[in-house]
Ligand binder design. Structure first.
Ligand SMILES: [Zn+2]
Length: 235
């Protein structure tokens, strides 16, 4: 990230997990704007440790990590009216079974920190990216997410001719956007949580590079770059 010229910072904290405290680090890249407002694009880079399974997590969370790295490269060349934050969350995955306290360590930490220092109030939009590499791309229409942001993003997808990858029927999902949604932030989750037959590649040894396609990542990249451009023009 350093050669891109933004402001890079590490947000280090202890995740209080069922296995005890674990040191975790959110990675934050900021391209400063002048409006006083902020647009935030996030995703997680931790991979779930699964005992006895050779889990490499090509999609979860290789795809969100790769997405954010490439998005940062593109964003470095864009003009920024608003502050643009690109955040790599640590600790999205549960250490054991997914619960409210064993999951989303990085996003819960940053939402609390940004609530305390006033950053949350400046956020126009937060877009979280998760599992976007599947060859069979179907972005879930998450009913927990901001309707305004879904309308914006689905509209950009339709304009680019990529509407078929974005589902129309809503369903709800819990992910790194939720600590921000719960704090009143205009936030959306972009996730394909139908990975392989009956989701059988998810959190298994089947989550490998051969299940992914560059085209799926390009579709999501084009749509999110388009959406961020529209957000930066709206005040
Ligand atoms: Zn996962």
């Amino acid at each position: 990230m350093r050669p891109l010229g933004g402001q890079l910072s590490l947000d280090q904290f202890q995740g209080e997990t069922p296995n005890g405290p674990v040191p975790m680090t959110n990675i934050i890249l900021k391209f400063p704007g002048t409006s006083g407002k902020a647009v935030v694009v996030t995703g997680h880079y931790d991979t779930k440790p699964i005992p006895m399974v050779k889990f490499v997590g090509a999609n979860d969370a290789g795809s969100s990590t790769g997405f954010l790295m490439e998005f940062a490269r593109v964003a470095a060349k864009m003009k920024h009216a608003d502050d643009l934050y690109i955040v790599f969350f640590d600790g999205e995955e549960a250490v054991g079974q997914w619960t409210a306290t064993d999951s989303l360590y990085g996003s819960r930490h940053l939402a609390a920190k940004w609530g305390a220092d006033g950053t949350l109030r400046r956020i126009k939009a937060l877009i979280n990216i998760d599992m976007v590499g599947d060859k069979d791309l179907e972005i879930l229409n998450d009913s927990n997410s901001s309707q305004d942001l879904r309308t914006l993003i689905w509209g950009v997808a339709a304009k680019l001719g990529d509407g078929q990858y974005f589902q129309q029927n809503p369903s709800g999902v819990d992910d790194d956007h939720m600590p921000f949604v719960d704090a009143g932030v205009n936030a959306v989750d972009i996730i394909d949580l139908n990975y392989g037959p009956n989701n059988s590649y998810w959190h298994t040894a089947q989550d490998t590079m051969d299940k992914l396609s560059a085209h799926s990542l390009q579709v999501v990249g084009d749509v999110i770059v388009g959406a961020v451009r529209e957000l930066e023009q709206a005040h």
